[in-house]
Design a protein around this ligand. Structure first.
Ligand code: SF4
Ligand code: SF4
Length: 111
């Protein structure tokens, strides 16, 4: 077996991964889309949002985008949101709602 780390293509699926494999290159998840995992997608009510950044801090996939310490009006990265609902559950203003992926339309704010 080669000691060289295997480099997976960005569109590689889990069936392509070696059993017990590791991912030695930190940060390479940015190359991998998890959009296909999503059953529900988040939509933020920007009017109700108080920019506490809880959703940004708790999102396990860095899919909640912010600029200058503000998420209001910024999109949610739909290539890296897996629909886990954590952002909606931690929001103190209940201003993130989850919607069926099958009904997804472009809202211009992350959903
Ligand atoms: S649903 Fe999960 S992955 Fe998507 S933005 Fe919210 S916390 Fe992040
Ligand atoms: S958790 Fe809710 S109130 Fe806080 S920044 Fe996110 S959407 Fe806005």
């Amino acid at each position: 077996m080669s000691d060289e780390p295997k480099v997976y293509a960005p569109d590689a699926g889990w069936r392509d991964m070696a059993e017990g494999g590791i991912i030695p290159q930190a940060g390479n998840a940015v190359l991998y889309s998890v959009a296909g995992w999503r059953l529900e997608y988040p939509v933020r009510d920007n009017e109700a949002c108080i920019d506490c950044l809880f959703c940004w801090a708790y999102c396990p996939d860095e899919a909640v985008l912010q600029v200058g310490g503000s998420v209001k009006g910024q999109p949610i990265d739909m290539e890296h949101c897996k629909g886990c609902t954590i952002c909606a559950r931690v929001c103190p203003k209940d201003c993130i709602s989850m919607h069926p992926e099958s009904e997804r339309v472009e809202h211009g704010q992350g959903g």
